[in-house]
Design a protein around this ligand. Sequence first.
Ligand SMILES: NC(=O)c1ccc[n+]([C@@H]2O[C@H](COP(=O)([O-])OP(=O)(O)OC[C@H]3O[C@@H](n4cnc5c(N)ncnc54)[C@H](O)[C@@H]3O)[C@@H](O)[C@H]2O)c1
Length: 418
Amino acid sequence: MNYSITVLGLGFVGMTTALTFAEKNHQVYGYDIDTKRMNLIRQGLLPFSEPGLDQALIRHLGQGFNIVEDAESAVRKSDFVFLCVGTPAGENGEADLSYIYDAVQMFSSVLHDGKHRVIVVKSTIPPSTTSERIIPYMKENGLYPGDMFSVANNPEFLREGKCWEDAMNADRIVCGVEDHKADIMLRSLYSKFDAPFFAVSLNTGEYIKYLSNTLLATMISYSNEMSKIAHAVGGIQIKEAFEILHLDRRWESGDMASYVYPGCGYGGYCLPKDTMAMYATGSAKGYEPKILKEVIEVNNSMPQFMAERIMHIANPSDKIGILGLSFKPGSDDVRDSSSAKIIEILLNEGYGNLLAYDPIANAAFSEKYSFKEIKYCRNLSSIGEESDIFVLVTAWEEFKKIKVLYSEKPIIDCRYFL
Ligand SMILES: NC(=O)c1ccc[n+]([C@@H]2O[C@H](COP(=O)([O-])OP(=O)(O)OC[C@H]3O[C@@H](n4cnc5c(N)ncnc54)[C@H](O)[C@@H]3O)[C@@H](O)[C@H]2O)c1
């Protein structure tokens, strides 16, 4: 069965969702409130770097995937509406649902036309959000799920840098869905994917996503705490120790081991905000999560810890070359990037001679962060020549050359990579 699908929010998750459904021969309409983003996509250009997704856009644009001028008319034609808008951290770490509410407002008038639709929240939302926040919000606005429409959630597990690969070869499809009609439709929609399909309660669907992300965050903070102990003890080969840990056969299947490895803290869009949101949800519901509290605290301490390592070796007048600006290699996403946090500390401490280079994220970084003092370098050799000392913050493969080419210059390897 081929469906008509509206995707609201064309970021990493929205573009991936839209194009994987187009690849499976569904008719997909995409809409984003960011007109700059819409204009790029209209021209066949992805607003960020994602291998595979860029080619999928060229294949499907104007065919199975169309950009629309208004959400309402797209929803009118659709069987499914996928909400893929952001859910950033609110003031106290809770998930800010305002983009979801705004998106619902955009198509609310259409839901009375007699056609049954499934509204699917793909954005990451803490457990109980669909049942205790989104559905009540809809009801307050005169929208009662039932014959007119169903509300479900469908967490996304893709990794940035591997969006297309992960979505096309999903290892599990989870839908939080509590009515029969929506269950049948979602099963039918996902029947074209070769992945186990789980229909669970609304709260369970949301919870499963946080099980995943908070475990990853915990493994990273555990590794970082262990690395801090190793630094305090001294004489410990941290890189080698973790590599030997990974030789345990139980780590062999898949790359989970990469999360049990120290660095300068987890960043990016998801792990920081999702760990905080789960902490906030547990606390609000009467159980303060103790482990998550420490996971967040260890993570927050990492930029300062790394800055102190740097300042221990470098003088304020040294030219410090920051290698890597994205939150992880293979991506140009600079949201919550460790580099920005370390740079800020160094600047505040009077280390004003900073150079920076990232293979793909220079532009995104300089656009997001207004560090006037940084000189951006166009390639590895220019930062290599100009710097007195290097700080490796993102583990891009090409940075391995630094150790060989500039062996006389000190390197602070915040990722235990070299
Ligand atoms: N990035 C990831 O790796 C990842 C993985 C799994 C889940 N998620 C979750 O998916 C959601 C989206 O993440 P993302 O990384 O794609 O975010 P993003 O910031 O890249 O994209 C969100 C998009 O939604 C748009 N938007 C906001 N309000 C809108 C509205 N009313 N109508 C239409 N568009 C609107 C924004 O302009 C933006 O382009 C978040 O909840 C995130 O936690 C992200």
